[in-house]
Design a protein around this ligand. Structure first.
Ligand SMILES: *[C@@H]1O[C@H](CO)[C@@H](O)[C@H](O)[C@H]1NC(C)=O
Ligand SMILES: *[C@@H]1O[C@H](CO)[C@@H](O)[C@H](O)[C@H]1NC(C)=O
Length: 411
């Protein structure tokens, strides 16, 4: 499933073409139809997405909530990675940030797989080699641990004292490729996401993950897809506890990459590990790149709505409601799974677990008066069944709706 596979390259062109043609015919055919089509195209549309950091929407500018500044955690480069060929796009070793647990959390582990879209052709992947998403030479040496990664009990009530790891994303394809060839068109490129996953896991196992009593794999955006792909593998690796314990204590959760729902929809059917799906009904990334990509809108009718949901007219809102309905239909079969959880809020946003204000704060988005952190915790620790499906926009006044600016759009 590497983005450079020939079938993918071949399908990207026609998909764009079909989308354009179809969009012109949109007219009165109705919102549900529009959403259905967009949904069917998610996989193709994903490859058309730019390779910027998909976790970028404006939530990052919210002030941090808690009783102190976020803890900064140093980057660790994976030892022996080059020898195993487990390297970033440019051949540098991959990395992660590990914040050791304490107290009752010292034998519990929460991993977070970083997101950041995919690169879909050699030009894009070459550009990505010059960034933090393709090379550890360009990664910040320290990461702020906030939201689900925070060690502040106020901000992260259930997991604050756990070992927490942010795994950096630098392979360009959701930790999934494994191409032996080191050159493409004479230029060095390493598509080794699967080996990076294995190398990071093996290092963390030796640092204590193998003795974990409880483990939780999470991810956002392109990293959210990785949790689906690697979930059962993760459960098999940790811990050395009995199968029953593993069954009870190894969980996965994702802020689904909107452009990847089509994949989880299929992948999820085969997953045995309990999962929690955290996804806004109106994911900004999905609206911007899948429901209404610029290329499909030459007259720019969607331009304002795409950046700010309050600017959508009634017809556009109708299309968005159809889109939400389509998502709910897609996850309805997972709603039946007893040990799965979900939180689908009526917000216009992307990646809510990595931000203190959206994860858990007095002004965080809520469903049934519970924040995302409380809902995920309730599900993880079996305090109640959590299958939260919010009402339709604009029903929920607790939402933080992103307003994207021109610069974001044009990146
Ligand atoms: C790579 O993808 C970008 C974005 O779609 C596109 O502009 C560019 O033409 C593509 N390059 C090649 C060589 O296909
Ligand atoms: C909502 O939850 C908060 C605590 O998080 C509580 O103080 C408040 O009373 C609750 N509101 C309602 C209407 O239940």
């Amino acid at each position: 499933m590497h983005p450079l596979s020939s079938s993918t390259s071949a399908s990207a062109g026609p998909a764009t073409h079909r989308l354009r043609l179809w969009w012109r015919r949109l007219g009165r055919r109705g919102a549900a139809g529009a959403a259905a089509f967009a949904f069917a195209l998610l996989a193709a549309a994903f490859f058309l997405a730019p390779s910027r950091d998909a976790s970028a929407p404006s939530t990052a500018s919210y002030p941090s909530y808690g009783h102190r500044l976020p803890t900064l955690v140093d980057l660790t480069l994976v030892a022996g990675a080059r020898e195993r060929g487990a390297v970033c796009l440019d051949g540098t070793p991959p990395g992660y940030h590990w914040l050791p647990g304490f107290g009752e959390g010292s034998d519990k582990w929460l991993l977070h797989l970083e997101g950041g879209s995919w690169c879909r052709n050699l030009t894009w992947c070459a550009q990505r080699k010059e960034t933090n998403l393709g090379s550890s030479d360009h990664m910040g040496r320290r990461a702020e641990f906030v939201g689900i990664l925070s060690d502040d009990q106020l901000q992260n009530p259930d997991f604050y004292n756990w070992n927490k790891v942010k795994v950096r994303y630098c392979d360009g394809a959701s930790f999934s490729g494994n191409v032996e060839e080191e050159f493409q068109d004479g230029t060095p490129f390493f598509f080794r996401g699967q080996r990076i996953w294995e190398a990071v896991m093996s290092e963390l196992l030796s640092k204590g993950l193998s003795r974990a009593k409880e483990a939780f794999l999470t991810g956002c955006s392109a990293g959210g897809l990785s949790t689906y792909i690697n979930c059962d593998d993760f459960r098999a690796l940790v811990p050395k506890a009995s199968t029953d314990l593993r069954k009870k204590f190894t969980h996965c959760s994702s802020d689904m990459e909107p452009g990847q729902c089509i994949f989880p929809r299929e992948v999820a059917k085969g997953i045995h590990t309990p999962m929690f799906i955290l996804n806004p009904a109106y994911d900004v990334w999905q609206v911007e790149h899948v429901l209404s990509p610029e290329g499909s809108d030459p007259e720019r009718l969607w331009q304002n709505c795409r950046l700010d949901i309050t600017k959508c007219d009634s017809k556009q809102l109708e299309t968005l409601q159809g889109f939400r309905k389509e998502l709910l239909d897609a996850i309805s079969e997972f709603k039946k799974k007893k040990d799965w959880g979900m939180f689908i809020n009526a917000c216009f946003i992307h990646c809510q677990s990595m931000n203190s204000l959206t994860w858990h704060s007095p002004s965080a988005p809520r469903i049934n008066n519970k924040t995302i952190a409380e809902s995920v915790g309730d599900w993880f620790f079996n305090r109640r069944e959590v299958k939260e499906i919010d009402c339709e926009y604009p029903c929920n006044p607790t939402c933080h709706n992103a307003v994207l600016d021109q610069a974001y759009k044009e990146e």
